[in-house]
Write a protein that binds this ligand. Structure first.
Ligand code: MTE
Length: 321
C-alpha cells in the first residue's frame, strides 16, 4: 500500500483559495472562536488552499465499512481540515491548515518499545502493511465544547499491541508525537512541553473502539489532522487522540500526558467525555456540532457508554476525570 501525502508546494498557484471560500472560512472562524477559550487564542492566519483542492491532492485510500460507525451527518471535509488543534503548527485553529506543509511526513518511522517481547522500528508502510483498513465514522468531542463527525480510515490499535506482545507488567501504553522544532513553528515556543505525549490504560488501548487512523474522507490524512498516523479514541476528549505518532511504549505506571502536565487540575489522565464533570472554567454539559447552530446535550462517554462504561465500574469519575 502506498501512503503518501503530496507536498503543499506542489499545488499550482491557480488552486489557491478563491476569495469567496476564503471569506466564508473567516466567517466560520469568527463563530468558532467564541466557542471556547481554554486552549489559548491564536491569531487568525491567511487561508491555505481550498479544501476541495486539498482533497484532490491527497492519495485516495480504500477501506471496508467498519463496526461502531454512527449514521449521523458527516462534518464537511472543509470544516474538519480548517478548524484544528495541532499545537506543533500553532495555537490558532487555522494555523494547522495554513502551516500544514511544515510537517515533514516522508520518510516516517514508528518505534514500538518498552515492556514487550517484540519491539521494533518500522517504516510507516511496513507498520501498516499487514492490516486491512476500515472506515469508522466516529463523533469526536473536543474539550473546548465543539464536536465533529468524521469518517476515519484505520485499524484497531489492538492489532499493534498483539504484534508487540506486551509483557504481563505492561499496564499502560504511552504515545509520543513528532519532535521537529526546526520545521514545526509551534515547537519553538513552550506553550506545551514537547514532544506531545499521551497515554491509555491497557484495557482502553485494547478496546475495539480505539483505532489508529491513517486517513479520513476516503483519502490519506491531511497533515493538519495528524498525518501520517494518529490515534482516535472517540469516548474521550479530542486531546487524547494524539497526532503524528512516532513512538509507542508499553509501561508499568501511568504515563505523563501533555495537557495533564500543563494544567493538572483542568485535564486528567482519563479525560472521558463527561457532561457531569465541568471543566474548572466552563461547563461540559453541551456542545456545538460544527456546522450546526443550536447546541446539543453532551452524552456520557460521548454516546459510547454501552461499549466502554464497564471499564470504569467502581471508579469515581469526578476524581478520575
Ligand atoms: N496531537 C498533537 N500531537 N498535538 C496537538 O496539539 N491536539 C489534540 C488532538 N491531538 C493535538 C493532538 C486536540 S486538543 C484535539 S481536539 C484533536 O487532536 C483535534 O483533532 P482534529 O484536528 O483532527 O479534529
Amino acid at each position: 500500500m502506498l501512503i503518501r501525502v503530496r507536498r503543499r508546494s506542489d499545488i499550482p498557484r491557480s488552486e489557491v483559495t478563491p476569495e469567496a471560500v476564503y471569506r466564508r472560512r473567516r466567517e466560520f472562524m469568527k463563530g468558532g472562536l467564541a466557542l471556547g477559550a481554554g486552549f489559548g487564542l491564536g491569531a487568525l492566519g491567511l487561508a491555505g488552499p481550498a479544501a476541495a483542492d486539498l482533497r484532490d491532492e491527497l492519495e485516495p485510500l480504500e477501506a471496508e465499512p467498519g463496526e461502531f460507525s454512527t449514521d449521523e451527518t458527516l462534518t464537511p471535509f472543509e470544516d474538519a481540515t480548517t478548524y484544528n488543534n495541532f499545537y506543533e503548527l500553532g495555537t490558532g485553529k487555522e494555523d494547522p491548515h495554513r502551516l500544514a506543509d511544515r510537517l515533514q511526513t516522508d520518510p516516517w518511522s514508528i518505534r514500538v518499545e518498552g515492556l514487550c517481547d517484540n519491539p521494533g522500528e518500522y517504516a510507516l508502510e511496513d507498520f501498516i502493511d499487514p492490516w486491512s483498513l476500515e472506515e469508522r465514522i466516529y463523533r469526536l468531542r473536543c474539550v473546548e465544547g465543539w464536536s465533529m463527525v468524521i469518517p476515519w480510515i484505520g485499524f484497531e490499535l489492538n492489532r499493534i499491541i498483539d504484534r508487540a506482545e506486551p509483557t504481563g507488567s505492561a499496564r499502560y501504553v504511552a504515545f509520543e508525537s513528532i519532535h521537529d522544532p526546526d520545521n514545526l513553528p509551534g515547537q519553538r515556543r513552550s506553550v506545551l512541553e514537547w514532544p506531545y505525549v499521551e497515554g491509555l490504560r491497557m484495557d482502553e488501548a485494547r478496546h475495539p473502539l480505539t483505532i489508529v487512523s491513517v486517513g479520513m474522507y476516503d483519502h490519506v490524512l491531511p497533515n493538519q489532522n495528524g498525518a501520517p498516523i494518529r490515534l482516535v479514541v472517540p469516548w474521550k476528549y479530542g486531546f487524547k487522540s494524539i497526532k503524528s505518532i512516532v513512538r509507542i511504549r508499553f509501561v508499568e505506571d501511568e504515563p505523563p500526558t501533555s495537557w495533564n502536565r500543563m494544567q493538572p487540575n483542568e485535564y486528567g489522565f482519563y479525560s472521558n467525555v463527561n457532561p457531569d464533570v465541568d471543566h474548572p472554567r466552563w461547563s461540559q454539559a453541551t456542545e456545538r456540532r460544527i456546522g450546526e447552530f443550536r447546541r446539543r446535550r453532551t452524552e456520557m462517554f460521548n454516546g459510547y457508554g454501552e461499549e466502554v462504561a464497564s471499564m470504569y465500574e467502581g471508579m469515581d469519575l469526578t476524581e478520575k476525570y
